[in-house]
Design a protein around this ligand. Structure first.
Ligand code: UDP
Length: 238
């Protein structure tokens, strides 16, 4: 049992929508000790491979600012080699978000979702996705008012939850200290129909069994429902 929180209890989550006066959509997420700023920007062009198609595109870029972390993190542009973790997380979030949207609703347009971690405390990719979906939703609403489409081109909504396994115990939504000392760190991404879109489940100390993974998947289902309710209130709210 962890101190101060039940094993399947989420940290406190707060979202401020549309703080950015220029972006077509934006969300600042405060999720426990994480603080993440997400903007959605609409651009009237697509990557080269989509030039002759009727598909639009959504790109996600995730990164951490220098003092988002306990020791200063060097800015990526100052590195000779790109930060592989940042690239990996950007690709995962992009794939998940694109899965939720009918891209043919906005041909020849790209929505950029820029996720900047201002302060990190475990589970930043999950918190970034939460903000990215809300910023995207705001952007799509604006595009609808511009007459780009009449129906919101969303197939479903999406959320992620992380869970750690420590000495056989499952801790939902671990903070940095819990994540750091765990045997495995598992990120699950689902839609609001209860379908799994992606699982990343790396063992960092000890491996885990298939049964433990099944137990974990069961355990996070009520937490997903809670998170989707919160997300719905935020996207429907003013
Ligand atoms: N972290 C850090 N520096 C880094 C990468 C990660 O301090 O360069 C910390 C940060 O608190 C982060 C946590 O380690 O939230 C866990 O990182 P992980 O790569 O598992 O991603 P996350 O859990 O944030 O999605």
């Amino acid at each position: 049992m962890r101190s101060g929180r039940g094993n399947d209890e989420l940290r406190k989550i707060e979202v401020i929508k549309n703080l950015n006066k220029w972006a077509e959509g934006s969300a600042e997420v405060i999720w426990g000790g994480n603080r993440i700023n997400v903007t959605a920007s609409l651009e009237k062009r697509v990557p080269p491979h989509l030039l002759n198609t009727n598909s639009g595109w959504i790109a996600v870029e995730y990164r951490m600012l220098p003092r988002s972390t306990s020791v200063r993190k060097i800015r990526n542009e100052n590195l000779i080699n790109t930060d592989a973790r940042q690239v990996e997380i950007s690709r995962i979030l992009g794939r998940i978000i694109r899965n939720t949207v009918d891209l043919t609703a906005f041909p020849k347009k790209t929505i950029w979702l820029d996720c900047d971690v201002i302060q990190a405390d475990g589970g930043t990719r999950i918190a970034a996705l939460f903000g990215a979906f809300i910023a995207l939703h705001e952007c799509l609403k604006m595009m609808r008012t511009q007459g780009i489409f009449t129906e919101m081109p969303l197939k479903y909504r999406v959320c992620g939850i992380s869970a750690a396994i420590k000495d056989g115990e499952i801790l939902v939504d671990p903070d940095f200290n819990e994540d750091f000392s765990s045997d495995a760190d598992i990120n699950i991404f689902q839609n609001d129909k209860g379908e799994i879109l992606e699982i990343q489940g790396g063992a960092e100390g000890r491996g885990y069994s298939g049964n433990k993974l099944m137990e974990l998947l069961e355990k996070v289902q009520p937490v997903f429902r809670e998170l989707f309710d919160l997300q719905k209130n935020i996207v429907d709210g003013g």
